[in-house]
Write a protein that binds this ligand. Structure first.
Ligand SMILES: Cc1cc2nc3c(=O)[nH]c(=O)nc-3n(C[C@H](O)[C@H](O)[C@H](O)COP(=O)(O)OP(=O)(O)OC[C@H]3O[C@@H](n4cnc5c(N)ncnc54)[C@H](O)[C@@H]3O)c2cc1C
Length: 123
């Protein structure tokens, strides 16, 4: 059916560069769409990569540093998107998350401070 298509993510890679070829965005860390973060993380990657390359004496060191700076965060977003896939497709509409959002919305919002409170210019 041409109105349907598959959704894919991929396990975290153990490197994003090979000599002077480097990946960012979906090529480095494809994620499921349930956090709406694929483009956001690609933009964050590009900021970090550009800053490290512009300051670099050694390209290889800069590319490794880029990977080390970004991998934990994008892996966490990938994992959160997977969890949301389960939650969003829960059959019961009044799931624990829905209920918590009604009773204590700020508690639920604070759980995403690690994502939305992150300042990539400081990383
Ligand atoms: C329906 C939908 C909704 C989305 N909503 C959101 C959202 O709300 N928030 C969010 O943050 N993200 C969202 N995303 C995810 C976001 O679009 C992607 O994560 C983002 O576009 C990834 O950027 P990228 O530059 O890594 O890859 P892409 O945007 O895929 O860019 C790769 C480019 O490379 C080109 N290309 C491929 N092969 C070659 C080749 N051999 N030679 C030359 N060029 C080539 C492609 O044509 C493409 O233009 C959404 C995605 C979809 C599909």
């Amino acid at each position: 059916h041409h109105y349907r298509w598959a959704l894919f993510d991929r396990k975290p890679l153990d490197r994003w560069s090979d000599e002077r070829v480097v990946l960012l965005g979906d090529a480095a860390h494809p994620m499921l769409p349930f956090m709406a973060q694929g483009a956001v993380q690609a933009i964050e990657d590009s900021y970090v990569l550009a800053r490290l390359l512009s300051d670099a004496d050694d390209i290889a060191v800069a590319l490794e540093s880029y990977f080390q700076t970004r991998i934990a965060r994008v892996t966490r977003v990938q994992a959160a998107a997977r969890v949301n896939m389960e939650l969003f497709h829960h059959r019961r509409p009044q799931s624990p998350v829905w209920l918590a959002g009604k009773i204590a919305p700020t508690v639920v919002e604070r759980q995403l401070d690690w994502l939305y409170g992150h300042d990539v210019t400081g990383s």
